[in-house]
Ligand binder design. Structure first.
Ligand code: ACM
Length: 266
């Protein structure tokens, strides 16, 4: 069993220091609750509603050496995993990233591939598949927020063997939490969405961070609380059973030879 938790926070676009302080509080609480695997929201170091690329740049950091990443890396040293959304600067470009730290190591960084609304005014989209990392034999996949609207992302992660999809988010549309139930069922995986709360420059974020099971059960769903860590104990091996009926397996029963249109660039 692993204790998997989502952290619901309210990152502030005007106060990066407060974001660092709040993440320290979150990590302390998660440590005290025996969390093994923690998910923080998207852009947790920076806030979301930038007015310009310059604002995003001023709030960005390098992974893994920036201050926010360093705190996460340190927390992971005690045999834990943390995935967080980070406004990243890399080789002069900005990315909406999710960084994975485990056992005191930086395992992976994913650059969000589906940018939402004005994000492409400051971020470059990622051009690589979302990662699946191994932690003590558990397979952990990562995607970011608006990737929920593209079922291909969760499918790729499942095909790469993910038992659970960790999903930092800053959700504004009302559909995602329910869509993630479907992502779970169609791939027979766990999902953990850590969403932010609060209103930033007129935009309201929906909270309702949640964890779902391979059968589409909502194992945990928060409301709109701020600064809250909530977790459940999961047997991630349940995601290895892809049978949806005795005779149907959601992976083996696929018919990729007739899905050619899915990979066609038109
Ligand atoms: C989003 O991708 N932040 C909606």
């Amino acid at each position: 069993m692993l204790r998997v938790a989502v952290a619901q926070m309210e990152p502030k676009v005007d106060d990066v220091d407060a974001n660092l302080l709040n993440v320290k509080k979150i990590l302390k609480a998660a440590g005290e609750e025996g969390v093994d695997l923690l998910v923080l929201p998207e852009l947790a170091n920076s806030g979301y509603m930038f007015k310009s690329r310059d604002e995003a740049l001023a709030r960005s950091e390098a992974i893994p050496n920036g201050p926010f990443s360093t705190v996460l890396l340190e927390w992971s040293q005690e045999g834990r995993v943390v995935v967080a959304g980070i406004c990243e600067i890399k080789e002069g470009n900005l990315y909406n990233s999710a960084a994975v730290f485990a056992d005191g190591k930086h395992l992976a960084t994913y650059h969000k591939i589906h940018l939402f609304d004005r994000e492409n005014e400051w971020f470059l989209p990622g051009n690589e598949e979302p990662p699946v990392v191994d932690f003590k034999g558990h397979k952990i996949g990562v995607m970011v927020c608006f990737d929920w609207a593209f079922p291909e992302v969760a499918r790729i992660l499942a095909l790469k063997g993910a038992d659970i999809i960790l999903h930092p988010a800053n959700l504004v549309l009302p559909y995602c939490q329910n869509a993630m139930i479907t992502r779970s069922i169609e791939n027979r995986v766990f999902t953990a969405t850590a969403n932010r709360v609060g209103t930033e420059r007129g935009v309201v974020f929906s909270g309702m961070s949640q964890i779902t099971s391979p059968k589409g059960e909502v194992l945990l769903r928060l409301q709109e609380e701020k600064l809250r860590v909530a977790g459940v104990d999961l047997d991630l091996s349940l995601a290895r059973d892809k049978k949806i009926t005795k005779r149907n397996d959601v992976m083996d029963d696929r018919r990729p030879s007739i899905y050619g249109r899915l990979s066609r660039v038109t």
